[in-house]
Ligand binder design. Structure first.
Ligand code: NAD
Length: 499
């Protein structure tokens, strides 16, 4: 397996987006952006200085003064327009995702569709921001609650969902009346600039949505900026912990979603074919670079041998290659370094299928791999591998299986495969994870619920998007009021309209 990393003559330049227009970086520092299927550099992205981050925050701050006054009716209108544009142009952004991330085009379209669900949820912002009212709480006195935006809020996002995870943040944040500064992954930054242009076309005022590209320097500048009121982060656990500690120490509200190692338990009464299809789809989809990927299969009792056979049968049929070829089902990993790191785990346990064989010649590919007999204490069991490597642990009982889930330092997603409703219900009660699937391997909640894990998979109190997202991006105020008799009124026979 070889790959070439040649810089073509003309690299695409990826700039910041501040105050409604592209702004070329001035730091002189840049990151390399690759087409991972070709193993070739295709672009370079500006890395922001603290001064450039400040410029974006100031643009957002200036825009906040007017954006928070825009009526709910007008905001909803803009969101409906955003929804239409993203839907119409989803193939355009999916192509960007495939070219920079590597995921196959159909999967990239799926990413956009799941993000679009969050935008659709936000179209209902007038309903979402409704509050409570108590008439005559005391004689002549009414009490009511309102929710107001926080101000300038920031999002820091990972490489694996370059369009959807930012949508989880900017859509509810902006719907609630905040203005936004996004620091996307430097590995696949172009979807963020595409989003910025689309939001402008949809009628979002300049400065409401800004993008600064970069690395730790930009992240630290966001975390230290006194005008940033809240930070949403999605990424690996060590960085999530760092961001949470630094942001909260600076007095900011923070939700920081971290990494994962998701266990899928298969009981002896499960439908073996259904479980094998689910395990292969959830372990190798997007080359395993999903925080909700199934990475550990926990086979209980007699199910282990037939289940592993069924998975082994399916693996050679997974077509690996360039994501723009519609016959391919799995693309490359994000970088050569990451591919090599993932491949280094094929040393623990008993390697049943070695993905280093049968890979395309170019690009950062590793084919689906399967390791049997992993246990806690082994590197391939303990680490989040974040690649197309499915590990299997064999246990004798349901109780041992649940203990593995609950002793994991992560608690993002977990799933159980069984025909026994009573056991499934017990699992839902006992499992130490934020998202549980019953015969569903990747239980990513629909947009009107919230997404988030437990333990090392989430630092902070509130999950992301859905009702908790609205809660995160607003703060409450309670008004107690008394009025003299109202004296203002006029005759107007027109049908009442929103303004
Ligand atoms: P990452 O933690 O390396 O990077 C995430 C963001 O943090 C990027 O914007 C990056 O520029 C920034 N960053 C990286 N190093 C930093 C540092 N030292 N200081 C400050 N900022 C830094 O994560 P990644 O590799 O881009 O994404 C993969 C990880 O994200 C996996 O661990 C995956 O499980 C996790 N993830 C979690 C969820 C979830 O919902 N829990 C969703 C998607 C991805």
């Amino acid at each position: 397996m070889t790959e070439t990393i040649e810089a073509p003559a003309a690299l695409r330049q990826i700039n910041h987006w501040i105050g409604g227009r592209p702004v070329a970086g001035e730091s002189g520092r840049k990151g390399r952006v690759f087409n991972p299927a070709a193993g070739r550099q295709t672009g370079e992205v500006d890395f922001a200085t603290p001064e450039e981050v400040d410029r974006a925050v100031q643009a957002a701050r200036a825009a906040f003064a007017t954006w928070r006054e825009v009526s709910l009716a007008r905001r909803a209108e803009i969101f409906f327009r955003i929804r239409e544009l993203v839907h119409e142009r989803r193939e355009e952004v999916a192509r960007i995702l495939t070219s920079e991330h590597g995921k196959v085009f159909s999967d990239a379209l799926g990413e956009v569709t799941r993000g679009l669900e969050v935008i659709e949820f936000c179209c209902g912002l007038p309903t979402l921001l409704k509050s409570e009212y108590s008439e005559q709480a005391s004689t002549g006195i009414d009490v009511y609650s309102i929710r107001q935006p926080l101000g300038v809020v920031a999002g820091i996002t990972p490489f694996n969902f370059p369009a959807m995870v930012p949508m989880w943040m900017w859509a509810p944040a902006i719907a609630c009346g905040n203005t936004f500064v996004l620091k996307p992954s430097e590995k696949d930054p172009s979807a963020s600039n595409w989003t910025a242009e689309l939001l402008k076309e949809a009628g979002l005022p300049d400065g409401v949505f800004n993008v600064v590209h970069g690395d730790k320097v930009a992240v630290d500048a966001v975390l230290e900026h006194p005008d940033v009121a809240a930070v949403s982060f999605v990424g690996s656990t060590p960085i999530a912990r760092y961001v949470y500690e630094k942001a909260t120490a600076a007095g900011k509200r923070c939700q920081a979603l971290g990494g994962a190692k998701n266990h899928m338990i298969v009981l002896p009464d499960a439908d073996i074919d259904m479980a094998a299809d689910a395990a292969v789809s959830a372990a190798y989809g997007s080359a395993g670079e999903r925080c909700m990927a199934v990475s550990m299969l926990v086979a209980v009792g007699s199910v282990a041998d037939p289940l592993i056979e069924a998975i082994k049968d399916r693996i050679p049929r997974v077509k690996v290659g360039d994501g723009m070829d519609p016959s391919n089902e799995m693309g490359p990993l994000i970088t050569r370094e990451h591919r090599d790191k993932v491949a280094s785990y094929l040393e623990d346990g008993d390697v049943v299928v070695d993905g280093r064989e049968n890979c395309p010649d170019e690009g950062f590919f590793l084919a689906p791999s399967l390791i049997d007999n992993l246990e806690p204490g082994m590197r391939a069991y303990d680490d989040e591998i974040f690649g197309p490597v499915l590990g299997v642990t064999r246990v004798d009982t349901y109780d041992e299986a649940v203990r593995l889930v609950n002793e994991s330092p992560w608690g993002n997603g977990t799933a159980i495969f069984t025909r026994d409703g009573g056991v499934a219900r017990r699992f839902q009660f006992e499992a130490g994870a934020g998202m549980v699937g019953v015969n569903v391997p990747i239980p990513v909640p629909v947009a009107y619920y919230s997404f988030g894990g437990w333990k090392g998979s989430l630092f902070g109190d509130r999950h992301i998007y859905g009702p908790e997202g609205i809660d995160f991006y607003t703060r409450g105020k309670v008004v107690t009021s008394r009025w003299p008799d109202p004296a203002t009124s006029k005759v107007d026979l027109g049908f009442p309209q929103t303004r």
